[in-house]
Design a protein around this ligand. Structure first.
Ligand SMILES: [Zn+2]
Length: 90
């Protein structure tokens, strides 16, 4: 588990460095992490800026075209997203 978390953290840092972090507010400039089944695409969990996000909120976030806080135009296809394939561990 620790090795997994470490590699995920590195990918997060790389993504955030690449995106510059100079556009958008706290609400919309983070990185979305999706843990999903690589075979079925089923979402196991999603987190935003390191905090768990309910699947319901995740879908709302993905459907937004504009940040409700700063008004930045959002393109779900361009948003930094890390998809982590994995099997159920429990
Ligand atoms: Zn914003």
């Amino acid at each position: 588990m620790s090795a997994y978390a470490t590699s995920l953290e590195r990918r997060l840092e790389a993504l955030e460095a690449a995106s510059g972090g100079d556009s958008g507010c706290d609400r919309c400039s983070g990185t979305l992490v999706i843990v999903s089944n690589v075979i079925t695409g089923e979402i196991h969990s999603a987190s935003w800026r390191g905090e768990d996000m309910p699947e319901e909120e995740f879908h709302e976030r993905r459907a937004e075209t504009r940040c409700s806080r700063c008004g930045r135009k959002l393109d779900p296809d361009e948003a930094p997203v890390i998809k982590v394939g994995g099997r159920r561990s429990a």
